[in-house]
Design a protein around this ligand. Sequence first.
Ligand code: NDP
Length: 322
Amino acid sequence: MKAIQVQKPGGPEVLTLVDLPVPTPKPNEAIVKIAAAGVNFIDVYFREGRYPTPLPFVDGQEAAGTVTEVGADVKSLKPGDRVAYTGVMGAYAEYAAVPADRLIRVPEKLSDQQAAGAMLQGMTAHYLIHTTYPLKKGETALIHAAAGGVGLLMVQMAKNLGARVIATVGSAAKAKLAKDAGADDVIIYTEQDFEAETKRLTAGAGVHVVYDGVGKTTFDGGINVLRPRGYMVLFGGASGPVAAFDPIKLAQKGSLFLTRPSLAHYIASREELEQRASDVLGWIADGKLKLRIEHIYKLADVQQAHRDLEGRKTTGKLVLVP
Ligand code: NDP
């Protein structure tokens, strides 16, 4: 089968198209013939070695497709079932071996590309907005990179809960997307000082929560726009890792809370995985949540997909088709 392997950490050029044997299932696994794989920023972190992992490895954490074979202990699935998953490395390939307890059945209404595109970013937006800091009606959230994959979904979920959303984006075209997704105010943080603007938009009061997946360039400003006892939810570093931080600053800035959550810990149990996946896939099927799949690449063009994602050229979801 065709797969995209990383043999040494580096730039997009280390994503190498190789031929590998089709995997065989362990007793608890199913083999999934992949119809579409999601591209996510975490794939960049693994590729460049920011998140170290044994080499070589097949990149990619998210896909949808059809079960072709199951291991001896798997009773819940059979060949032909349509499934989707996230959190298992090796999705940039034609086939993947996936523990059966990580697979979710795909509702009939959803395409493979929608299912592949919704799992990682959809469940991330879900846990950030509903669980890490459960946003309430009438509260104000600052959401960075709001036209990105996670960003567009977070804006919609926050608005569905009745919160006020101040969004940041890198360009005027992205600002329109964030507005269309429901953001009340949009700041183009490459042109405007988002800290000053957020203070102005909240009449100096600040926001209840900052959802920050950008990291290095936004973290300090975000800390400065929180109300007393506000929450800094730092969930990524698209601009680079945040510098070392002295916790005394949390007290000085108003007894703030800081968390650095990861999806894995919010879908660790089968029950939590099913509940989040069923909400996200169900909302997309019902039209309550719009998934923007603007960028579809062939598996062999994955280097371009990574260049576009890192180059801030994309909005919404990127999908690879084997
Ligand atoms: P996005 O589609 O949001 O792409 C990243 C965006 O970050 C860019 O489009 C860009 O938007 C913005 N950005 C700002 N500065 C930079 C920079 N210097 N270089 C590149 N991008 C920059 O990606 P994802 O939706 O896949 O991921 C968003 C973030 O969420 C990432 O940090 C990712 O690691 C994190 N994440 C965390 C998870 C968790 O559980 N902790 C799970 C899933 C994702 P703009 O031009 O508008 O600034």
